[in-house]
Design a protein. Structure first.
Length: 400
């Protein structure tokens, strides 16, 4: 029974997962709300008060006390679910300035998932955290495709906003740490998936803005199947069905220093071409186990640093692969290869790329002696993590 200023009427209240609806006797929907957006409380006996923004509705359960109790439990679970009722959290697998990610398994079906949790902080930051959460939900939904991590659910608990995501077995960074370098054939398969997925995102008007080795996951049981993850910094721009580029859409200072395009360092407006530059950095790292630029960025004394291919590791890499990397790492975003154009590069049509496919012996020699003396895994971690770790500094604080 719904109560109002002018009396009361009998209605049917429906609670379906995260949606609360009111329908009349003819099953016509009168009102509905997403449960994460509303608050509820006890009224008098058998009464439930639901607040949706400025609107307040009062319902009295027309039944016995135990029926009211059942409704109350269901609404409590739907509007502010307790994480432990649905998932069993395990180890921490990632942590940033505004969120942490835990491995977990679903109590409903036993499936492995990842829980990305953002604290529902109070005060001046509360609106920012909610905006970031809703943006990530919206963008991740819009980005769904074969090579994008699957979003399973999103809800709010008393303490956190929670994204339930498909869980990868490890990241591309983990994979590179375990081996020495990728052969060109292996790198071609990875880059084909990444460029193809990024091209599709750009067609939908989505720019990731934080592509990096540790934001690319391997699907469970398939180390050669890549999934783009972490759309917390992603944003919408004007969609281009042809997968073209835009160069002056964004101003927000987000991303990870080792992967930042030149225009980002100069604090200029930028567009979807920043994703192409980041993919160029990733391809360079796959084939050499190093990064193309120092921690301080791709500028030195006011001049852009071209990628260096003079070290020994590049002697057995094809000129075609180097050409593609140069195209992705061009200084001018208007001349930089888009993902669509990069996929048409001759490197992707070659039957074989070098004579060392399958040979994972380190072919280095260009690193400083102090680093060369380390084990292969430790050597890459020294170079990679030194550049990636600083992403937790001021840049992350400005993400949205």
């Amino acid at each position: 029974i719904r109560k109002g200023l002018f009396g009361q009427e009998r209605v049917r209240l429906l609670l379906e997962k995260s949606r609360l609806s009111v329908v009349d006797a003819g099953q016509k929907e009168i009102w509905s709300v997403e449960t994460a957006r509303c608050r509820f409380s006890h009224g008098w006996e058998n009464e439930i008060i639901v607040k949706d923004g400025q609107k307040t509705m009062l319902f009295r359960v027309d039944g016995e006390r135990h029926e009211f109790a059942a409704w109350w439990r269901a609404m409590e679970a739907a509007m502010c679910p307790k994480l432990r009722n649905y998932f069993h959290p395990e180890e921490l697998i990632g942590e940033g300035q505004t969120a942490l990610v835990k491995a977990a398994w679903s109590k409903a079906n036993g499936g492995n998932v990842a829980l990305k949790m953002m604290s529902r902080s109070s005060g001046i930051h509360a609106d920012h955290v909610l905006k970031q959460f809703l943006n990530e939900v919206r963008v991740t939904h819009a980005a769904q495709s074969d090579h994008v991590v699957r979003i399973i659910d999103a809800f709010a608990t008393e303490t956190d906003y929670v994204l339930v995501l498909e869980r990868g077995t490890r990241t591309l960074l983990n994979l590179l740490e375990e081996r020495v370098v990728f052969t060109e054939r292996e790198a071609r398969k990875v880059m084909g998936q990444l460029l193809g997925t990024t091209a599709e995102l750009h067609k939908r008007g989505i720019t990731h803005r934080d592509l990096k080795l540790d934001n690319i996951l391997c699907r469970e049981g398939q180390d050669d199947y890549m999934l783009l993850a972490d759309f917390g910094s992603a944003a919408f721009s004007v969609a281009d069905p042809a997968g073209g580029t835009n160069t002056d859409t964004f101003t927000a200072h987000v991303g990870t220093p080792a992967y930042l395009a030149p225009e980002r360092w100069k604090e200029k407006k930028y567009g979807s071409q920043v994703d192409s530059f980041a993919l160029g950095v990733i391809m360079y790292a796959l084939l050499s186990r190093t990064f193309p630029f120092p921690v301080s960025g791709c500028w030195e004394n006011g001049s852009f640093l071209e990628p260096d291919f003079t070290s020994d590791v590049w002697s057995s890499v094809s000129s075609s692969a180097k050409s593609l990397i140069r195209g992705l790492l061009r200084e001018d975003p208007r001349k930089r290869l888009s993902s669509v154009v990069a996929l048409q590069h001759p490197w992707f049509s070659e039957d074989s790329c070098n004579s060392l496919d399958g040979d994972l012996t380190y072919r280095g020699g260009s690193l400083p002696p102090k680093i060369q003396n380390q084990s292969p895994t430790r050597r890459f971690k020294t170079v990679a993590l030194a550049q990636l770790a600083i992403s937790a500094l001021a840049l992350s604080a400005h993400s949205f």
